[in-house]
Design a protein around this ligand. Structure first.
Ligand code: ADP
Ligand code: TRP
Length: 349
């Protein structure tokens, strides 16, 4: 694992990476099932999930369907996207034998925890958050769900007492909000909540989309992991480039195409491609073809696994059931401790 991950972890001898490998941590992360999984999710999040599973940590990866309600307003669509995202998770290698995958809504106590946390969350903290601020800046109507979104995210993390949260850079602020809320809670009511650390890999912190902005479902600039081959090809060949001719030298550091290609390359290979860009005589079409091939090579096994899983959805349903059971085993008692700390009796039934 790279030591350039931008995060601090408990001090002591050895690198961050050594420490993570020695100590068993609780790891949690989630993805909203609000669209199809894309390369940004893969390199920015899922690959880190896989590394952390490999290191033997206690891992929770969930589908944030309550969060997705802030953007998906169609019952069938939300149900279907959630089902699809679960298949994606398992196909990508989130092995239900080695980590817990579950739907957020199978642990509804998270909403209760959210409420308790909102009562100690300063308005200013949420007013500074990007997702809400961006929407307001664009003149779009922002609802309370979007405003309170980071508090639900905090509840997701705190309910399993996570130590480490692997995410892309765009989520760094939300993890900071979580830390603030947890520290405030502990000051007010005693040491009940674990203060988590973000885990962000510098090299893949922001994966660019086909138009050069951050790749995101909401920008329509994605390369989708499980789209039919024809669609993937179209997305890759649609990557925006400048109008340089084949002969002209090109600056790799200003090229979205190079940035995407680099994700699939070893450092030596990336170096060679950078030199070929600078030397001239390289056409963008040729690079796109290579990128397409590399994509298929990297994602091929997961795409085949997914096609198999699709035929037998019971496997994934069973995985979600077991994941929820385990999440409930730790989450429900945590909420009980929180109730107890603040002075809310456990329900009488
Ligand atoms: P989107 O922005 O497409 O809605 P999500 O918000 O569901 O994606 O993101 C799920 C995870 O994937 C988060 O950890 C997020 O940081 C990461 N992620 C999403 N897009 C990117 C990107 N372009 N680069 C790096 N990480 C990303
Ligand atoms: N907000 C995250 C995103 O859009 C998804 C998410 C919800 C999440 N709850 C979480 C990520 C808890 C990490 C931990 O990407």
């Amino acid at each position: 694992m790279s030591d350039s991950a931008t995060r601090e972890f408990a001090s002591g001898a050895g690198s961050d990476s050594d420490q993570r490998q020695r100590r068993k941590l609780v790891v949690l992360s989630g993805i909203q099932p609000s669209g199809k999984l894309h390369l940004g999710n893969y390199f920015g999040a899922v690959k880190q999930y896989l590394e952390l599973i490999e290191q033997g940590h206690d891992c929770y990866f969930f589908l944030a369907n309550y969060h997705a309600l802030t953007s998906v307003r169609n019952r069938e669509e939300l149900l279907e996207l959630t089902r699809q995202a679960a298949l994606d998770y398992v196909a990508l290698g989130l092995d239900p034998q080695r980590c817990n995958i579950y739907r957020q809504s199978d642990l509804p106590e998270v909403c209760e925890l959210q409420w308790i946390l909102t009562t100690i969350t300063p308005m200013g903290l949420l007013e500074r958050c990007h997702a809400y601020k961006d929407k307001v800046a664009q003149g779009l109507p922002a609802d309370h769900g979007l405003f309170a979104y980071p508090v639900l995210q905090a509840a997701d993390i705190l309910i399993v007492s996570a130590n480490l949260v692997p995410v892309g850079k765009d989520q760094k602020q939300h993890i900071e909000v979580t830390r603030d809320i947890a520290q405030r809670f502990n000051r007010l009511f005693g040491p009940v909540l674990t203060v988590p650390e973000p885990y962000i890999r510098e090299e893949t912190a922001v994966v660019p989309g086909t138009d050069g902005r951050k790749m995101s479902k909401s920008y329509g600039n994605t390369i989708d992991l499980f789209a039919p081959e024809k669609v993937v090809r179209k997305q890759i060949f649609g990557i925006v480039t400048d109008s340089a001719t084949v002969e002209e030298p090109k600056d790799p550091d200003r090229s979205t195409l190079y940035a995407l290609l680099k994700l699939f390359c070893t450092p030596e290979e990336a170096q060679e491609w950078a030199e070929r860009f600078r030397r001239g005589g390289l056409g963008y079409g040729e690079v796109k073809k290579v990128l397409f091939e590399k994509f298929m090579e990297e994602l091929g096994p997961a795409r085949r696994r997914r096609a198999e899983l699709e035929k037998d959805p019971g496997v994934v349903e069973e995985a979600l059931r077991r994941g929820a059971e385990r999440a409930r085993q730790v989450g429900v008692p945590l909420v009980q401790r929180v109730r107890d700390a603040v002075g809310i009796p456990n329900p009488v039934w």
